[in-house]
Design a protein around this ligand. Structure first.
Ligand SMILES: Cc1ncc(COP(=O)(O)O)c(C=O)c1O
Length: 442
């Protein structure tokens, strides 16, 4: 790919290799033979350092819900820059964003800010352990929750390692201590009976169940209502906390995934869209569950520090971005998401190629299989499916559309029907150019 059209990116990557392992600081931006380097972004378009423009259907992995360089967010940040960017003192900006979040979802009585979703998940799990006095956490097989040791267990377990219907706890990072694996109980996503049986068997030791109601890495399949209701019922009956990871899924609507799915957890982790394009994370929840962070009576049960927690730049950017997200803005964005999913499904049909699209609201994920997808195991791509998807994604990139290598796409508010239709047209061309029609494989 290092042709003249990517020469500047290739040169930057060569420089980067001398100072960073693999040339970067973020595994997910790696793209063979080298990543494309961004120069600037405006609205739903990005320009790379070689001057090529892209329609951005990835939006920094779902976080840039207003696209790039939104003028309202930029103005709020400019004003705050003049006033100072962080202090060893709290500021009113933190209260403003906390009030805004608490006004949105019934489960949010108290909020605390972190600098990333990974930190938010770590603090939520520590809070659950502190609140219950129990050591273990339960999570779904294949679900991504950031880089805390306990949260990444069984993120990429494979048929050789995942075990039977009771999933094994499988290490993700080399060197993960065995003690971490033994403190994580893995449940199958959307398999209500199996998951309930496993949770009840370990109930005495479990502090919480951590669940993303539409886990991207596990297929971006919405949780079945009966699955979430079972989790709410079992956690209540057994004294565990129910923790929703809405780092991505908070963009499903004005009241987040918990509003869309009608289940209120005890704790919720947030990040991405609530920072308006700046580093952020948050734990929100009931006053009771969040009381473990309260320092007023001396050392809290769950001490929580962080040099840049609630830094005013992230707070004002987040508040500006979230205020733009009215119920009407979500309705419009989600209708565009539905248009995109319909268009993709239609393109697969018209091309006679095995494939489907999952997701909800402004999120979608493309899969190169027609097999019904329920959970991580059914959604995990075979090698042939991965190759077929890679060909589609490469075609999309070459024709000026950015999306994740996993098939994940996220829409943004500067988009309209024209941009969605542009995406679908290029996607249909990608299938025509790279796809194996169903009858050809038979
Ligand atoms: C569901 C989920 N949880 C947690 C995280 C971690 O968030 P961050 O990248 O801000 O650390 C992510 C990141 O993509 C995520 O998708």
């Amino acid at each position: 790919m290092s042709t003249s059209t990517t020469a500047q990116s290739a040169a930057l990557f060569d420089r980067a290799l001398d100072v960073m392992p693999g040339g970067n600081s973020r595994t997910t931006v790696w793209h063979a033979p080298h990543p494309l380097y961004a120069a600037s972004g405006s609205g739903c378009r990005i320009t790379d350092v070689d001057g090529k423009q892209y329609l951005d259907f990835l939006n920094n992995y779902t976080s840039m819900i207003h696209g790039h360089a939104n003028p309202v967010v930029a103005e709020a940040v400019r004003r705050q820059l003049e006033l100072g960017t962080c202090f060893a003192m709290p500021t009113e900006t933190e209260i403003v964003l906390a009030e805004l979040l608490c006004s949105r979802a019934p489960g949010f009585e108290r909020v605390r800010f972190t600098n990333s979703g990974s930190e938010a998940v770590m603090m939520a799990l520590k809070a659950a352990r502190a609140r219950t006095g129990r050591p273990k956490i339960a999570k779904c097989e294949g679900a991504y929750h950031g880089s805390y040791d306990f949260a990444e267990v069984s993120l990429d377990s494979a048929p050789e390692t995942w075990g039977n219907a009771d999933p094994n706890a499988v290490a993700y990072t080399a060197g993960t201590p065995k003690s971490v694996l033994s403190d994580v109980i893995v449940i199958p996503f959307n398999r209500t009976e199996e998951a309930e049986r496993i949770l009840r068997a370990h109930a005495d030791e479990l502090a919480c169940v951590l669940i993303d109601p539409m886990p991207n890495r596990a297929g971006l399949i919405p949780a079945a209502t009966e699955f979430l209701e079972m989790l709410r019922r079992v956690t209540r009956e057994t004294g565990m906390l129910l923790v929703f990871d809405e780092v991505i899924s908070f963009r499903l609507g004005y009241t987040g995934a918990q509003g869309a799915f009608g289940v209120t957890p005890d704790l919720t982790t947030l990040a991405k869209i609530i920072g308006g394009g700046f580093p952020i994370g948050a734990v929100a929840g009931s006053a009771d569950a969040m009381s473990v962070f309260d320092p007023r009576q001396g050392k809290p049960l769950a001490p929580h520090g962080g040099t840049f927690n609630a830094n005013p730049i992230s707070m004002v950017a987040g508040a500006a971005a979230m205020e733009l997200l009215t119920p009407n803005a979500f309705d419009r964005l989600n209708a565009l998401g539905a248009r995109a999913r319909d268009g993709i499904a239609h393109a697969f049909d018209a091309a006679g190629i095995d494939g489907q699209v999952t997701g909800q609201g402004s999120l979608l994920r493309i899969h190169m299989t027609s097999v019904p997808l329920v959970d991580y195991r059914s959604a995990r791509a075979t090698e042939a499916q991965s190759r077929a998807l890679a060909a589609v994604v490469d075609f999309m990139h070459a024709h000026g559309v950015l999306m994740a290598e996993t098939g994940l796409c996220a829409l943004s508010t500067p988009m309209g029907e024209a941009e969605v239709d542009e995406f679908i047209e290029i996607f249909a061309a990608a299938l025509a150019s790279t796809g194996q029609p169903r009858h050809a494989a038979e």
